[in-house]
Design a protein around this ligand. Structure first.
Ligand code: PLP
Length: 397
């Protein structure tokens, strides 16, 4: 049996693979510090869990409308108004099984074979693979470390062609943590309107911004850009709800309708119980989420300082999300126990072997000079992991 060309054309999620390796090593009794997973270490807040328990007790365990329950769509409308200053109606909202599923449905609804999708690099690993699953072409727009990995109009414009269908935005970014300013977004919005392409704005990390950065939703920058923006968000990171699988999309009615049709033939509704919990997460008290943000901020400052003190490593201070993306190319060309470190994959293998620290090689995100470290793990793990990493780097010759 031969699987399809489409299936052969994509690679599995590197971040999930690294997390699985670390889990397997731990099961073998090896003490590994995992910085691979983009998953908050916090538990889902109790009042959210309670809503799910209540839903179960009430027998809310049947199919719902495939695109989600009205109550949750209304909660999303409320959230987007409250936190993003955006006006949507219920029929402009679709609830899906996580942000990843939302994004896949957007691509399925908009892309024709051969269409080009502009993806800023470094990029989240799933963007190019999902585009390929739709027989469309990922076109990378390289951002520069010297510019803080910021995306701006001058980088995008030369990459736009007659085939450009969508520009993907991910601010704050996974993996770099770069968060775009209002001016940068305005430049990109103007370009999208002039050249007539869609914007897929993945705002999964919008609640996790630091140093007074103001998150701006590009759809809020005027009617014309609003009409060509599809906003995706998720409850996974903001509310520590990765396992619940709830994400949502807001956009023009016809696109949302097309996505709903696709979803109705694909997964049907997201889990009924998780939807009821999501209503409470979005509309209930936000303190737990704010506390998580404060703790991420504390870890961010600590980890950036520790990394910059390591020889051969330099790390920008990110404005958002819960990742750092240090440049480790200063260690390339060095050896450990007779093995040469040539690239981010070698460095990652060296860290796992020598320090028992799991990170993701930057090459998976489109930059081989870097590694991605998630600080969505406890401060004690971070301290231990940084100590081990520093000691391992000292051994390089
Ligand atoms: C940039 C980005 N978008 C979307 C997602 C999707 O998250 P989920 O499917 O858990 O909602 C992730 C998760 O890692 C992410 O990093």
């Amino acid at each position: 049996m031969t699987v399809s060309q489409r299936a052969r054309n994509i690679v599995p999620s590197a971040t999930l693979t690294i997390a699985a390796t670390a889990r397997r090593m731990r099961a073998q009794g090896i003490d590994v510090i995992g910085f691979g997973s983009g998953e908050p270490d916090f538990d889902t807040p109790d009042h959210i869990k309670e809503a799910a328990v209540q839903a179960l007790r009430e027998g809310f365990t049947k199919y719902t409308a495939s695109g989600g329950i009205d109550e949750l769509k209304d909660a999303v409308v409320t959230r987007l108004k409250r936190d993003n200053g955006l006006e949507y109606s219920r029929d402009q909202i679709l609830i899906s099984c996580g942000g990843k599923h939302s994004i896949y449905n957007v691509f399925q609804a908009l892309l024709e074979p051969g269409d080009e999708v502009l993806i800023p690099a470094p990029y989240w690993v799933s963007f190019p693979e999902q585009v390929k699953l739709c027989d469309a072409k990922p076109i990378f727009v390289h951002t520069h470390e010297q510019e803080g990995f910021r995306l701006h109009r001058a980088l995008v414009e030369p990459r736009v062609t007659a085939h450009t269908k969508i520009l993907v935005l991910n601010s704050p970014s996974n993996p770099t943590g770069a968060a775009l300013t209002r001016d940068e977004l305005a430049g990109l919005a103007a370009l999208a309107v002039e050249r007539g392409f869609w914007l897929l704005s993945d705002e999964t990390y919008d609640a996790l911004v630091y140093d007074g950065h103001e998150h701006v939703s590009i759809a809020s920058l005027g009617d014309q850009v609003y009409a060509r923006t599809i906003l995706v968000n998720s409850l996974s990171k903001t509310y520590a709800m990765t396992g619940w699988r709830v994400g949502y999309t807001a956009g023009p009615k016809d696109v949302i309708k097309a996505m709903d049709n696709i979803q109705s033939q694909e997964t049907s509704n997201p889990t009924s119980i998780a939807q009821r919990a999501a209503v409470v997460a979005l509309t209930g008290p936000q303190e737990a989420s704010h506390r998580m943000r404060e703790e991420f901020d504390r870890r961010r400052r600590f980890i950036v300082e520790r990394l910059n003190a390591m020889p051969g490593v330099s790390c920008l201070s990110p404005q958002g999300a819960f990742y750092v993306f240090p440049n480790v190319s200063g260690t390339f060309g060095k050896h450990h126990a007779g093995t040469l470190i040539r690239n981010s994959t070698d460095f990652t293998a060296f860290l796992l072997d020598t320090a028992r620290v799991a990170v993701v090689p930057g090459v998976e995100f489109g930059s081989d000079a870097h590694i991605r470290i998630s600080y969505a793990t406890s401060m004690s793990n971070i301290k231990k992991g940084m100590d081990r990493m520093a000691a391992a780097i000292q051994q390089l010759r």
